[in-house]
Design a protein around this ligand. Structure first.
Ligand code: F6P
Length: 496
């Protein structure tokens, strides 16, 4: 039996003109019934309502996960401890709009942030750059994340200090990479002859820790707040997404929010059987149960979405890469590894393994109906891009027999097709919201808290004594409580 579809309507689902085709998942009617029944048994519907109602579903940190409020353009009241947060949220929208109108003559923006304070805006700036007809202010948007000075040096070599604006983006405002990079950029402005007043004028912050930003030297009127009920990896909808508004205009930013809001409303209101984020989550659970898959891939057949898999990696793996459930009990399953990159490039890299490797890797093929450029070749190229996308899914599902074992394609390799009508700010917002809600659904079904990330802390703590040992330049560091023998030897190697 193959996974070949009979294109039965039950495989096709749509919301906001986005079509999800699950035909190559090989899930039959009875299996779908069981999947929805077990989702109901896990109280998924209640979880979705609790998520939007601001219940403290981030139980370890005892707070809600209300990133949906940041894209609630209709301003339906969202209560936290009885207080509507929408006036504060829309206050930030007004400030973003005012800033867009204020920035004239700015040539360069250096956005300093890492992880969730980086991926979302970086993805959006890249993805929207070639939308036919999009208006762009043409500023050079530089994203500075890594503590490695290569990125810093590259940016500073290109930026014009006297017409540069700097935005420090950090929910906690304690992230070492971000604060050190910010200090380096300020030093560069100073060395380049900018006065104290000019530097203060150029410096902005986006943070949930306003005292720390002030302490760092950012003027209060240049600080855009967001709140502890927004997880870092869910924060692009806040002022973290400022670059989108600054580069493409506030209306485009609003369109981005509108797409996300529309997908939220679909997620919140559609029955499970028609609910795109839920169906996508269930296809993954099905393959995990059936094949014990360890990885899945997201392959956007759109160069503009090349950053999407990187954004998704943090979303999925930081949210659901956990071994214990909400109650501290071991889980049977959690997030598989997720990876990907733009097709068709990816075909010329790791698709060999997809077709003939021993691992079964489910794939989300993401395609866009309309080409992403108005070049005369666009339609012809786009047809080839789409035919490659469809062909890969078909080859993976059906396989191919051959007398030479080397030429056999085993087939039965599952995939989804997610088809966007076009790629603009609205559909980009909808796509990210779809995946955010899918991640939350998976967490709910695994009974994992998708909104904390305790696993990222330990390495940060251990780095401190190691950094101190490296700074000592000694090559006779002995193992200690903080530094084991292997690491002590490595420090000594670096110090010698
Ligand atoms: O170390 C992981 C992390 O805390 C992510 O969750 C977060 O997106 C990133 O670091 C950056 O954090 P911040 O926005 O507080 O600087």
């Amino acid at each position: 039996m193959t996974l070949q579809a009979n294109s039965a309507p039950q495989n096709l689902h749509s919301a906001l003109d986005i079509v999800l085709d699950t035909a190559y998942q090989g899930v039959d009617k009875a299996a779908w019934k069981n999947l929805f029944a077990s989702a109901r048994q896990s109280k998924l519907e209640q979880f979705i309502q609790d998520l939007f109602a601001g219940k403290h579903i981030n139980n370890s940190e005892d707070r809600p996960a209300l990133h949906s409020a940041l894209r609630n353009l209709t301003k339906t009241p969202v209560l936290i401890n009885g207080l509507d947060v929408m006036p504060a949220v829309s206050g930030v929208w007004h400030r973003i709009e005012a800033l867009c109108n204020k920035w004239v003559g700015v040539t360069d923006v250096i956005h300093i942030g890492i992880g969730g304070s980086d991926f979302g805006p970086r993805l959006a700036i890249e993805a929207l750059a070639h939308v036919p007809g999009i208006e762009s202010r043409g500023m050079r948007m530089h994203f500075l994340a890594n503590i490695d000075t290569a990125e810093l040096a590259r940016i500073l070599a290109r930026a014009h200090p006297h017409s540069t604006r700097v935005i420090i983006v950090s929910k906690s405002f304690t992230t070492l990479e971000t604060t050190m990079n910010a200090k380096a950029v300020l030093a560069w402005l100073h060395e380049s002859g900018c006065t104290k007043g000019q530097i203060a004028h150029a410096l902005y912050a986006v943070t949930a820790n306003i005292p720390a930003a002030k302490e760092f030297g950012v003027e209060e009127e240049n600080i855009f707040p967001f709140w502890d009920w927004v997880g870092g990896r869910y924060s692009v909808w806040s002022a973290v997404g400022l670059p989108i508004a600054l580069q493409y205009g506030f209306e485009t930013f609003k369109q981005f929010l509108a797409g996300a809001e529309a997908m939220d409303l679909h997620f919140k209101n559609a029955p499970l059987e028609e609910n795109l984020p839920v169906i996508m989550a269930l296809t993954l659970l099905y393959q995990q149960e059936k094949h014990d898959i360890k990885a899945y891939a997201a392959i956007p057949y759109a160069d503009a979405l090349d950053w999407f898999p990187k954004w998704l990696q943090q979303l999925d793996m930081e949210s659901n890469g956990k071994s214990v459930d909400r109650d501290g009990k071991p889980v049977k399953h959690s997030s598989p590894v997720v990876f990907g990159s733009a097709g068709s490039n990816a075909q010329h890299s790791y698709f060999q393994l997809f077709h003939q490797g021993t691992e079964i890797i489910p794939i989300d093929f993401i395609a866009v109906r309309e080409p992403m450029s108005d070049r005369p070749e666009a339609l012809a190229h786009h047809r080839i891009l789409l035919s490659n996308c469809l062909a890969q899914a078909q080859a993976l599902a059906n396989g191919k027999t051959a007398s030479n074992p080397n030429d056999v394609y085993p087939g039965k390799r599952p995939s989804n097709l997610l088809l966007l009508p076009k790629l603009n700010a609205f559909y980009l917002g909808a796509l990210l919201s779809l995946y955010e809600n899918r991640t939350a659904t998976l967490g709910a079904l695994w009974n994992i808290n998708s909104f904390d990330q305790p696993g990222v802390e330990y390495g940060k703590v251990l780095a401190k004594p190691i950094e101190k040992a490296l700074a000592s330049h000694q090559n006779d560091i002995a193992a200690s409580a903080d530094i084991d023998a292997v690491t002590a030897a490595r420090i000594n190697l670096l110090n010698s």
